[in-house]
Design a protein around this ligand. Structure first.
Ligand code: FAD
Length: 347
């Protein structure tokens, strides 16, 4: 077994805010390890809207979720943070010496002087289809995300949901040209959507062209045979329940915020968010900071730009702990400071 990694800072979450925390710590010459449960950095920007435009990043008139992530990764490159992806942080414990013991689902261990929780909405948990027993088909015929579109080739596919994910994947599988699924039925409880109007229009067009079907209804049960899911029982607006045959079922009911293990770390929590001060963005445990969507304080807005600001102040809060001998950490400008030019590698 490896010895725990000793470090000044561990950042939990590689969303936009966790990534920018690397930058703000880097300017103060604090090196960080970044851990994320997802296999890639970017958090919600990559997981939920990689190709959608963001318009409210200061001085960036427009960029997509993916572009923002790529630019942040480029910006933090000089600081050589170590990434541990595909690992969920399960344990954060304060030790007697004031440092923190951090452990991941893969058994990676750290002893950190400071911890930054940038965990957003927590671990991503899709809302489940609640039909007694249907979970047993999860991963074989029931899916909450598309990992490999080829798995659906030549299948009779039913997609449930009325948001962007449901619409985007419906269009993907039903689009004219090389057909990906044998048949596609989109089902939603009402004839109204929370998706981009252009996508809804495209979907209706595909229905008219006979490329797919749209069904208003609610799943109330299912039929199985030989251990396989055969059909959904769907109650229509006319009150009649019909069987809708299928090979594969894709459900997009959105993500529900699940704090996960964070709830067990002894931190003050209010409505699934970590309570912080607005001077250092410290949690109720000194040395553990919380930045981005995961925190709450009077006036909190869940915006990327707010998260960036929080990172800057949290970094100064951490510097006071990591360099206790320096009485005051001076603020320096990246424009003019030769010390900052050195750490940025732009001399
Ligand atoms: P997240 O992006 O949620 O990242 C948190 C990361 O932490 C995740 O990758 C997660 O896997 C990881 N994590 C959680 N728990 C653990 C754990 N225990 N161990 C390891 N890893 C963990 N904001 C704007 O400012 N402008 C916009 O235009 C905008 N548009 C949006 C559009 C949509 C459709 C959505 C859904 C959001 C939008 N937002 C926008 C909000 C913005 O995406 C969030 O404010 C931002 O992503 C928060 O960043 P974060 O780093 O705090 O958290």
């Amino acid at each position: 077994e490896h010895a725990p990694v000793e470090t000044d800072a561990v950042i939990i979450g590689a969303g936009p805010v966790g990534l920018f925390q690397v930058f703000e710590l880097g300017l103060l010459e604090i090196k960080a390890h970044v851990i994320d449960a997802l296999p890639h950095p970017g958090g919600q920007c990559i997981e939920l809207y990689p190709d959608k435009p963001i318009y409210d990043i200061p001085a960036v008139p427009v960029c997509t979720g993916r572009e923002l992530t790529e630019n942040l990764l480029k910006q933090i490159e000089p600081f050589g943070a170590t990434f541990h992806l595909g690992e969920e942080v399960t344990v954060v414990e304060r030790q007697d010496d004031g440092r923190f013991y951090v452990e991941t689902s893969k058994g990676t261990r750290f002893i950190a002087r400071t911890v930054f929780i940038a965990a957003g909405v927590g671990a991503f948990q899709p809302r489940a289809l609640k039909l007694g027993g249907v979970e047993k088909f999860a991963g074989s015929q029931l899916f909450y995300r598309v990992q490999n579109p080829a798995d659906f080739a030549d299948k009779d596919l039913v997609i449930i949901g009325g948001g962007d994910s449901a619409l985007d994947w419906t269009l993907h599988f039903a689009a004219e040209g090389p057909k990906l699924a044998r048949s596609v039925i989109l089902m939603h409880r009402r004839d109204g959507f929370q998706a981009a109007p252009a996508s809804v229009a495209k979907m209706k067009h595909l229905c008219e062209a006979g490329e797919m079907q749209f069904l208003v209804g609610q799943a109330v049960g299912y039929e199985e045979a030989d251990g396989r899911l055969k059909a959904l029982k769907v109650a229509g607006p006319d009150g009649v329940t019909r069987a809708v045959p299928l090979d594969m079922l894709l459900v997009f009911f959105g993500l529900s915020p699940k704090l996960g293990p964070i709830a067990e770390w002894g931190l003050d929590i209010e409505r699934k968010q970590l309570v912080v001060d607005t001077e250092k963005f410290s949690t109720s445990v000194p040395g553990i900071f919380a930045v981005g969507d995961i925190n709450t304080y009077p006036g909190k807005k869940k915006l990327i730009l707010s998260g960036f600001h929080e990172c800057a102040l949290a970094a100064f809060g951490a510097a006071a702990i990591i360099f206790p001998d320096k009485d005051k950490i001076p603020l320096q400008y990246t424009t003019t400071s030769t010390r900052l030019h050195k750490v940025l590698g732009v001399e």
